[in-house]
Design a protein around this ligand. Sequence first.
Ligand SMILES: [Zn+2]
Length: 496
Amino acid sequence: MNKILSLFSIILLFVSCRKDKLELNVREGTHVSNVQIITTETGTYSPFIGHVVTDGNKIIYVGKEEPKINGVFQKINGSGKFLIPGMIDSHVHITEVQGMLPHQMEKYPELAKEFNVQMPRSYLYNGFTTLINLGGIYEAQLSFFNRQPLRPDLYHTGRSGVSVANGYPMNFAPEQFRFDAAPNFLYMESEADNIPDKFNPADHTPKAVVNRIKKSGAIAVKSYYESGFRGMSKLPVPTKSIMKALIHESHANQLPLTVHGNSLEAHSFLSEMGVDVIAHGLWNWEKYKDVPLDSLPAEIKKVLDLQIRKQIGYTPTLTVIAGEEALADNEFLKDPQLKKVVPHKMLEWYKTEEGQWFANELFMDYSSAEIHEIYGNIQAHAMLALKYLSDNGGLILFGTDTPSAPTYGNQPGHNGYWELSLMKKAGVPLDKILSSATINNAKTFHLDSLGSLAKGKRANMMLMTKNPLEEIEAYNTIEKIFLGGVVIDREDVSVK
Ligand SMILES: [Zn+2]
């Protein structure tokens, strides 16, 4: 008898639990109904038609069954549409005004201001709800960005990246300013004579530098391995013992270490050392730069195999190449999509002689055909390496490096869509492209509340009218962006 009673109460409990599960109380939420839900925790997708409910800034329900909802909420009919997590670009520089040098920003403060006010909106317009600023950022830049009413969630890597003394990128600043501008530089014995006396070596060890970065609220450590490009004289690079210490200190502080590198030399060194992320693809093939465009040299393959085996994050940043090449393309500034993300006056300024300064500096001595041949070769190599990594189970992290240089060719948001398209062109399957921009970045950068659609996660999502697992153009069919539960119509964040 007792047994029967307890069985009966278990059944009752089960029934009432089921009923509770489908009844939701929300204070201020949204209900996206009958939508095709595209999300993954593991990299494998099983899309289904269902319902997503948010309350405040969180997702509180994802499932096939339609829940009964009490409280205040907005219902959005998702029939025939697709819902994906908001995208994460893990390599941007929001500190720059595209195409302008500091003296030009001073000369045209209204242009720079208008650009900076639109910039966060332009990322949202293209579905990027999270950005990681991989380089130096001032408190004032962070707070200006965070004061904008509609902006992606922004994470950073501290007041400056970890550059070795006089190495990349601090080499770009004049000697009298470069050390103050890069407070997280690393002291190297070999550079001792070239470091001003006022800096105490004890403040510039890997341990001291990483502790400082951690304290600044950073989520990762950014460093560099760059021996020079475009005819620069050879730059100092980190030694093995420095890199080993940097990895150790980063991990002791639960910070992933992401390192700039795009050459065979850099990728070999960084793979061997076992950093967490390489912030660029492998496109500078050095002695193999003239090999046929359809074959991967064994030495390159070996480095990529090591990255695959160690699951080192690989950030293709194909738009670094495309965005520089764009300066030699007369059609680029006519792209109608640019008008959605770049203020009109700034687009006009780019066309002036002054706005063309970087194009002139880079390409003065080359014909347009020569430029496209040079950049075409580099991009073909970048794509071959990416395809190999993708075909063989490498860990791809979406990142654009917007902007990678003072080029107007890398525009906020626009560059992200371009990067997605180039990854497709390289042969990366659509499911891997989506994972790279969502769950892979979230996991690698320990952003546990992001990257997928699941109960308890932050309500960063995108509603689109085409399926991103079927066509790359879907990323240009965004209808609504959900940012911490706030619903934004795409056109509301385009340039007015
Ligand atoms: Zn960068």
